[in-house]
Ligand binder design. Structure first.
Ligand code: ZN
Length: 839
């Protein structure tokens, strides 16, 4: 009988032209919420739906580092589906202030799920959402689709998701344990939140350092949606969070964007009230840092929102909360499903107004850019390689720029000394005019001081690109138009010598480090100069790489061709000299010309080590330098063959190997025999706790208050407790660091370096057998939020130092120069530590 009815139904759908998509339960073989779905099954479901209904398109836009597909599904009414490309083009054009809003132009709503892999409800909710969007029986969604095109990305981070799902499915009880301390509610290190390289993809929208972000943003920027929702999860006891977001808002966010957040928040609240579900708004999740899934769309004219369900990697299928209620996966699905639907509803009901405001955002951006500055000039300053790296970032964010200007002088704010002064504009300089559709994002990325409406923020508070890229820059109050679209390229001089005595490459960007890494792996013998020198009439700074014919030509097949091919690959300029006799400085046979032994690099990872910090080094070594690093689980540290190891990297973390006496002795003896330890952030603090001659700078005593004077600052209002706690806080502020550029750790740099301080520690000057290579003096604070008490402390100390021990070194890095892989100017410093220091 049942079969018969099914047959009739399918016959009816054929006759009426209706097609019906499989429900998630019918396709998966289990009810949504009864177990977690691996990412490939989520993809299968999306494809099955697209195959069974005519108005859904599934496209693969990329793949993860571990090879999993990344997809979007585009869902539209039949009428809109027939002209999808036209709709996309119209939206894209509006974002470049071209054309005008078409009659009945639908809003593009982009829904992003599971950017944090262990916030695993999201992809489950995505399947339910997709089904209801294509369900012919759902009159509401069919009505909304007349005004809205929905693009769903069901899983932004499948590598992380599967790390979590595999863990959970492997450890869960047959009947889920609701005890929060049960194994199934406690993921092992590193957890499923980040991607393969342990990067937080929800911090990577603007920088696009990760493959997943690059591929997704390429697609996103082709559509330029008007509404973007990023679905997340938070700790299990927290009620649901939705828009409006918390202060601080960046003042670049428009009144309309605030208003639309309110409208959607209120609509969500209506549905939550009806069910009696708890929620909160206006707290915790702010809108400031530009690289989130909510702020990035905001600064690009859309409405960006973060929705947070309680759960994440701890909740499993069911877990007991503090209030005695059980939180189930089904509840979590319902909540995310509800806010997603509610958002689509508001977008559909306000389509015309949303499109109008969207068009206006870019028209205003082009004709009347926000902020005090109307142009930026980034000086090439003899470093086209660094300038190219910045140009790549601007391109990724669709910010237009050019080179040179019709005027040769201008007045502008100098980022490096804080003064407004006259300067010259050269043909090679990168010129960005703020009168362009992307001027809001441009302003946010370049403003010297970020305006904070409140000190309680969730993330770093400073990121100005001139500091992050270490490029001298001027911000101008008047517009300047670039003279040319393409960089001014000086003709490469033909190499001075046939069969040269040596090839030289100056050392000033991470591209040079990539070049070096390739040479070393091809067994090329490379040296670097410890001092500056002149050869063939040209000056070369310290750090210049020297590849002599001697020792190489016989070992490397087709030596000259090989070297030049490698140099061209990394777009770096080679010089050739016909003699080892230099005009000024040391000859190439001098002992000031140091041989670089290809180092064997080991890094320790473990339960108490920051996975983000491990990932930053891992990604840098493997994906950027392409140089091998052996990662050792700390519990296996006893097995390390120390005599083989040249460099040991300890990223931010707490290491048993340093607190455990015998192991710390082993490391110390290895250093003394010539090993090089790179200790970063908390690992540096751990080293400082040993008697190795490195010390953390202690708080200064409060000199004003005598011993008996009562300290009224101890009287704190309870209601201010959150604000009081931030006095000790440094969520990422920029400080100027004075570098000793005669030390190999600082080769390739100018004496002024800008650091992003996240860790409030500073170290005492190293007084013997060591070098204070990067120091923060008094008043070196530049930008970003620093708590009052911390600010007093950050002065007169070491940030980057080298302590000699026997024939080895400890390289101290109080700050992480590889932070989120966006602090571009720090990357060479790390290469110096790995390849140059101690050679
Ligand atoms: Zn999240």
């Amino acid at each position: 009988m049942r079969k018969y009815i099914l047959l009739l139904l399918s016959l009816a759908s054929v006759l009426t032209g209706w097609a019906q998509a499989p429900t998630p339960a019918a396709f998966l073989g289990y009810r949504l919420g009864s177990q977690f779905t691996p990412s490939y099954r989520v993809v299968d479901y999306f494809k099955a739906v697209a195959a069974s209904v005519p108005n859904v398109k599934v496209e693969q836009y990329g793949s993860t580092y571990e090879g999993r597909p990344l997809i979007t599904a585009t869902i539209a009414s039949a009428e809109n589906f027939a002209k999808l490309e036209q709709i996309r083009q119209q939206s894209y054009d509006l974002s470049f202030a071209k054309g005008s809003q078409a009659a009945g132009q639908p809003v593009i709503v982009w829904l992003s799920y599971n950017v944090h892999g262990n916030e695993a409800v999201s992809s489950e909710a995505a399947m339910k959402t997709l089904y209801e969007l294509v369900n012919n029986g759902n009159a509401q969604t069919q009505q909304w689709l007349k005004n809205v095109v929905v693009i769903m990305d069901p899983c932004l981070n499948p590598d992380g998701r599967d790390r979590y799902v595999n863990f959970y499915n492997a450890t869960r009880n047959r009947r889920p344990s609701v005890d929060v301390y049960a194994r199934e509610h406690n993921e092992p290190w590193p957890g499923g939140r980040p991607n393969h390289y342990y990067f937080d993809l929800n911090r990577d929208w603007a920088w696009q350092s990760q493959q997943e972000s690059q591929q997704r943003l390429t697609k996103y920027n082709q559509w330029m949606p008007q509404v973007h929702v990023d679905f997340h999860e938070q700790e299990i006891n927290a009620p649901y969070y939705f828009a409006p977001a918390a202060e601080p808002f960046h003042d670049a966010i428009t009144p309309w964007q605030r208003e639309l957040q309110q409208m959607i928040g209120k609509n969500n609240a209506k549905y939550f009230d009806k069910e009696g579900w708890l929620y909160f708004t206006k707290e915790r999740f702010d809108l400031f840092y530009p690289s989130y899934g909510d702020t990035y769309p905001m600064y690009n004219g859309a409405l960006g929102m973060t929705f947070e369900q309680g759960g994440s990697g701890r909740a499993g299928i069911a877990v007991l909360k503090n209030d005695g209620d059980t939180l189930t996966l089904s509840d979590r699905i319902d909540h995310h499903f509800t806010t997603g639907m509610s958002t689509i509803e508001v977008a559909a009901d306000n389509a015309e107004k949303i499109m109008q405001e969207y068009a206006r955002f870019f028209k205003d951006a082009k004709s009347n850019p926000q902020g005090a500055y109307k142009a930026y000039v980034v000086k090439a300053a003899g470093n086209p390689e660094k300038l190219n790296t910045l140009a790549d970032l601007l391109r990724k964010n669709q910010i237009s720029f050019g080179y040179g200007a019709s005027v040769s002088t201008a007045a502008g704010f100098n980022y490096y000394n804080g003064k407004t002064e006259n300067f010259t504009i050269d043909k090679e300089d990168l010129v960005i005019n703020a009168y362009q559709p992307r001027s809001t994002m441009l302003r946010v990325l370049f403003e010297p001081v970020s305006k904070l409406s409140d000190s309680l923020t969730y993330d770093i508070t400073a990121w100005a690109l001139p500091y992050a890229y270490g490029l001298p820059t001027y911000a101008l109050k008047q517009a300047v138009t670039a003279a040319s679209d393409s960089p001014y390229i000086k003709n490469n001089k033909p190499l001075a010598a046939q069969m040269p005595y040596a090839y030289l490459a100056q050392w000033n960007s991470v591209r040079d480090a990539k070049f070096l890494a390739q040479l070393l792996q091809h067994n090329v013998k490379v040296r670097f100069s410890e001092t500056s020198f002149s050869a063939s009439g040209k000056a070369f700074p310290a750090g210049t790489l020297i590849v002599t014919r001697n020792g190489n030509a016989s070992a490397i097949k087709d030596f000259d061709n090989f070297i030049t091919t490698q140099a061209n690959k990394f777009r770096i300029q080679l010089d050739a000299v016909s003699s080892g006799f230099v005009e000024k400085g040391m000859d190439f046979g001098s002992d000031k010309i140091r041989f670089i032994k290809p180092p064997k690099v080991v890094m320790l990872a473990g339960d108490n080590v920051s996975s983000l910090a491990i990932g930053e080094v891992w990604h840098y070594m493997e994906q950027q330098l392409d140089y091998p690093v052996t990662i050792v689980q700390e519990s296996n540290a006893d097995d390390i063959k120390w005599q083989e190891v040249d460099v040991l990297i300890l990223p931010n973390g707490e290491y048993r190997s340093l607190s455990d006496k015998p192991m710390a002795e082993t490391i110390k003896n290895w250093v003394k025999k010539g090993g090089k330890l790179i200790a970063m952030e908390y690992a540096a603090a751990q080293v400082a706790a040993l008697d190795w001659g490195i010390k953390v700078k202690k708080d200064e005593e409060d000199k004003d208050a005598g011993p008996d004077a009562p300290d009224y600052t101890d009287l704190k209002a309870y209601a201010n407790r959150e604000r009081e706690s931030v006095k000790q806080f440094i969520p990422g502020a920029i400080y100027r660091v004075d570098l000793d550029t005669t030390h190999p750790l600082a080769f390739g740099y100018s004496p002024r370096y800008y650091t992003l301080k996240i860790d409030s520690r500073l170290y005492e000057f190293i007084s013997s057998d060591g070098w204070n290579v990067g120091v923060i003096k008094k008043d070196n604070y530049l930008s970003g939020f620093v708590g009052a008490e911390t600010r007093k402390r950050i002065k007169d100390g070491v940030i980057f130092g080298v302590k000699e021990m026997g024939s080895g070194q400890v390289v101290l890095m109080a700050d992480n120069p590889l932070f989120r892989s966006f602090w571009e100017n720090g990357k060479l410093l790390f290469a110096n530590a790995v390849f140059f220091v101690g050679e």
